[in-house]
Design a protein around this ligand. Structure first.
Ligand code: PMP
Length: 445
């Protein structure tokens, strides 16, 4: 009998070992980690250089409380992180995960407003659907009703605008008018809420779990930045999933040369070797907060030297193995092969994403974009079949307005062409098995 519980009662096989892109359970069965856990293990499992850096740090010290000591590990990681940031983002604050990092970004933004005579600003606008974390503050900016509803009385819900799902709305994602159409929803929302009450706009550059690798339409990002700037609204980029190379650039926002006010990192930052997250902000955002008495916020494990040593070694591996370019190159190949799968499997209605943050979405009719019936639980069943075949993928059924099952295919950035062959073969087999299960009368159009 296990004493553990997570979301539900379902139990999984016991993990025995993980190396590179593969994982083995105790029964000896091998899995290809086609989702890098939850888009975490960007450099693959059990990288010897990272393990060695962690061993060296463990021999020195595994913990040093941030109010008692500086540590070389956190200084080195901060410096290396800043090297990878857009110009001007040079102040780093470490935490232990994505939700903590999102909370920290919002609280830093708020304290900056208070310290600079803008105390009326407190609302953080975000998008629907979106996922920014499970703590009450991060949940308030998460656009995913099923997750937040039970907690509604305990939190102060924040304004949301629709995510730019051009592919569902029948708009051309390459037409700048489409980008403007969705970005202007931010302008309208700011006007409706009252510009001097709006603190920040929070978004993922490429959507992750909630929208399934949603790439913004042409012109959207630039216009969002311009709108934020004009209204004195801070732009917070949640790069928890997109950061550390996942999309084929260090930051997802780099594809559009974005310079947000605050960048939020976690997941690939220490790539699963240790719990780590962080925010990176402009000096002129942090300085007024420090001058006014300091950031009234911090976690016990902040800047944990073991986590920071892991993070530093992970960033070194990204450089040493040129993994960000590999993500761009292998991502482009994998995406075109997913598009080829779509030609063979009617059930796939859309393929999207950047670098190795890729997804496909099931539809019952491509022409009308109709989703599969909700009670089929298609994404869960598909993931189960793929798992039985030895391929781990990640899935969600998007709620909040538009329904649709999407499957994220996001292997470690270390994938080779042979791994891509294996992934496609197992996806193809799983798609054939899944569609064969569907009742003939309810087949897809
Ligand atoms: N932001 C984004 C974009 C995420 O994808 C996630 C996790 N899926 C989080 C925040 C929260 O991170 P964590 O689960 O580490 O708290």
């Amino acid at each position: 009998m296990s004493h553990l519980f997570y979301q539900g009662r379902q139990r999984k096989p016991m993990l025995a070992q993980a190396r590179g892109v593969y994982m083995w359970d105790e029964g000896g069965k091998r899995y290809l980690d086609g989702s890098s856990g939850a888009m975490v293990c960007n450099i693959g499992h059990s990288n010897e250089n990272v393990l060695e850096a962690m061993r060296r740090q463990m021999e020195k010290a595994t913990f040093g409380y941030r109010l008692h000591f500086e540590t070389e590990a956190s200084e080195r990681l901060a410096a290396k992180t800043v090297e990878k940031m857009p110009e001007g983002l040079n102040k780093v604050f470490f935490v232990s995960g994505g939700s903590e990092a999102v909370e920290s970004a919002m609280k830093l933004a708020r304290q900056h407003a208070v310290a600079t005579g803008q105390g009326s600003r407190w609302k953080v606008i975000s998008r629907r659907p979106s996922y920014h974390g499970c703590t009450l503050g991060a949940l308030a900016v998460t656009g995913y009703a099923a997750l937040s509803e039970p907690f509604a009385p305990m939190m102060r819900e924040m304004p949301k605008i629709p995510a730019p799902r051009a592919y569902l709305d029948g708009r051309d994602p390459d037409d700048p008018a489409t980008g403007a159409h969705y970005a202007d929803m931010l302008e309208d929302c700011i006007a409706q809420e009252g510009a001097d009450s709006v603190l920040a706009f929070l978004m993922e550059p490429v959507g992750g779990a909630s929208t399934g690798a949603l790439v913004p339409p042409t012109g959207y990002m630039e216009r969002v930045a311009e709108i934020c700037d004009r209204h004195g609204v801070l732009l917070i980029m949640d790069e928890v999933m997109t950061g550390a190379g996942r999309t084929g650039a260090f930051l997802g926002g780099d594809h559009w040369d974005m310079t947000p006010d605050i960048v939020v990192l976690s997941k690939g930052f220490a790539a699963g070797y240790a719990p780590l997250g962080g925010i990176v902000a402009r000096d002129d955002l942090v300085a007024p907060v420090l001058d006014a008495g300091g950031f009234a916020h911090g976690f016990t494990y902040a800047g944990n030297p073991l986590a920071c040593a892991a993070g530093h070694a992970v960033l070194e591996e990204l450089d040493r193995q040129d993994l960000i370019n590999n993500a761009a190159e292998k991502g482009a190949k994998l995406k075109s092969r997913l598009n080829a799968l779509m030609q063979r499997h009617e059930i796939i209605g859309d393929v999207r994403g950047n670098g190795l943050l890729l997804a496909f979405e099931f539809m019952s009719d491509r022409a009308t974009k109709a989703p599969l019936p909700k009670d089929w639980n298609a994404h869960l069943r598909f993931v189960e079949i793929a798992y039985e075949n030895g391929l781990i993928v990640y899935s969600r059924r998007t709620r909040d307005g538009v329904e649709g099952d999407h499957i994220l295919v996001c292997p470690p950035l270390t994938v080779t062409d042979t791994h891509l062959d294996e992934i496609i073969e197992m996806l193809d087999l799983s798609l054939r098995q899944y569609t064969a299960e569907l009742p003939a009368s309810q087949g897809v159009a």
